[in-house]
Design a protein around this ligand. Structure first.
Ligand SMILES: [Zn+2]
Length: 471
């Protein structure tokens, strides 16, 4: 009798207990306890005979979750990010609150933190500062994966870029107070999640859903329709956390909407938490969303706020149905890594002045100075293997076709049933396109700062990282 089977017997018993409690709420504690005896005795005898000990759980995975409110107080006058034309104006209020959430996983030897945040992106320099803030907690860069939702009504990314000291309102201005505030909260959520770990069972499922996203660069172009749901339950069966991956820009709101909001991913998380109940924490991460736009639901109402709400809440229903049928296991593969990737030389696209340059108010002269300061020479791809789930992090806004290429190739040599792209992982280095799409030009190409070979560098680098993970 293996430990795994013993735990499964225990879990069946716990599930039975919960079911009895739920189905007979008015029958009184005494009779409820009495009704369990015929099941409890044989279960305990069986577990004892099979050599089950509670210390056996130490070899299984444990997880802790936490959340912090990341909405900057209005008196901080934090710039609202997402569109250059907002000219770094501060948010005028709060439509719905934005959060940072963390799950910390541990197998008793090593631990790993996944942090998601309702935020546009993390600039280069943020994660190293976070590691410093966590100093003393024994965290290394490969143990942390930051995944922002890419909300366009949230903290301005360049306002928390410590090297962005150019005073350009269109790209955002460094705001030290806001930087420290965001950093503190992200450190806090990781530390809190790390301090509350319980043994868990974990499972992932995936499906493709039609009509929820479209390729915004090419009508009828490639879309990534994958919806990936990861279920993390306590041994009692009580849900602890759910991770949801779906690929689309949170861009229902335009530059005219000036309130903090987590956009449709915020509604997705809130509604799914309500549907599952039992204090579960839902965490959303985006995919290769570089050219993916959301497709609004019909009858969503007049305002952009309503469109975002309807999209998020309806997607939550789809995710809930999927979550309900997701099975979990105990003895699962757990590995992670961080692959360094050398980047091609910095350059800007010929279209830059027509599109991105116009939006961001930049001249070529200024760019020559800015690019080496704002964009790194080397980046990373962080990845996580968790049973059937494989998250491959990409440090920016990857074109969906390249995301699908990574998924297909990674699945072949890792045998992970559910590969997912973690978009904008750890840091935002720009849009990431294939050479063909880069040459084609347009908005995304003009906000891509490493030339036509960037896409291939990231794909090969990310896959090299996956190859090093345990299979
Ligand atoms: Zn974007």
């Amino acid at each position: 009798m293996s430990t795994k089977n013993s735990i499964q017997v225990l879990r069946m018993f716990q599930k039975y207990c919960l079911a009895r409690r739920e189905h007979r709420p008015g029958s009184g504690l005494f009779f409820w306890c009495l009704s369990l005896v015929p099941y409890l005795v044989p279960s305990l005898v069986f577990l004892l005979l099979s050599g089950f000990t509670f210390s056996a759980c130490a070899a299984e995975l444990a997880a802790g979750v936490a959340r912090v409110d990341l909405t900057p107080p209005l008196e901080m006058k934090a710039a609202l990010g997402g569109y250059g034309e907002r000219m770094s104006r501060p948010a005028e209020g709060v439509h719905d609150r934005i959060f940072a959430k963390a799950t910390v996983l541990s197998d008793g030897q090593r631990r790993f933190a996944l942090l998601t945040a309702d935020i546009l992106g993390f600039p280069p320099g943020f994660k190293p500062a976070l590691l410093e803030r966590l100093a003393g907690g024994d965290w290394a860069a490969e143990q942390i994966l930051l995944l922002p939702s890419h909300s366009h009504t949230s903290i301005e990314m360049n306002a928390i870029h410590p090297r962005n000291l150019f005073g350009n309102k269109q790209i955002g201005q460094f705001d030290k107070k806001l930087f420290e505030w965001t950093l503190d909260r992200c450190a806090k959520v990781i530390s809190e999640a790390a301090s509350t770990r319980v043994p868990v069972s974990i499972g992932t499922s995936g499906q493709t859903i039609d009509g929820w996203n479209r390729n915004r660069r090419q009508r009828g172009g490639i879309t990534d329709r994958g919806l990936t749901v990861t279920r993390i339950d306590r041994l009692s069966g009580k849900p602890l956390a759910v991770w949801v991956n779906f690929t689309a820009h949170p861009t229902f709101m335009s530059a005219a909407e000036m309130l903090f909001s987590a956009g449709w991913p915020g509604h997705l998380q809130r509604r799914l938490e309500a549907l599952i109940g039992r204090e579960v924490t839902v965490m959303y991460y985006n995919g290769a969303e570089g050219d993916q736009a959301p497709v609004g639901r019909s009858g969503a109402g007049e305002s952009r706020w309503e469109a975002a709400e309807q999209y998020g809440t309806e997607l939550a229903k789809v995710a809930h149905a999927q979550w309900s049928t997701t099975s979990t296991g105990y003895d699962i593969l757990f590995d992670f890594g961080l692959q360094p990737i050398d980047l091609p030389a910095n350059r800007w696209h010929a279209d830059f002045m027509k599109t991105g340059g116009d939006e961001y108010g930049l001249s070529e002269k200024l760019l020559e100075k800015m690019l080496p300061l704002l964009f790194p020479r080397q980046t990373t791809s962080g990845s996580l293997r968790l049973g059937d789930l494989l998250i491959v992090g990409v440090p920016g806004e990857l074109q969906a076709a390249l995301g699908l290429e990574i998924k297909t190739r990674a699945q072949k040599f890792s045998a992970a049933r559910h590969p997912a792209i973690g978009g904008l992982a750890n840091e935002w280095i720009s849009y990431i396109l294939s050479a063909e799409q880069y040459q084609r030009g347009g908005y995304e190409a003009s906000v891509s700062f490493y030339g036509p070979t960037l896409g291939q560098s990231i794909v090969e680098g990310a896959l090299a990282g996956v190859e090093k993970l345990k299979k």
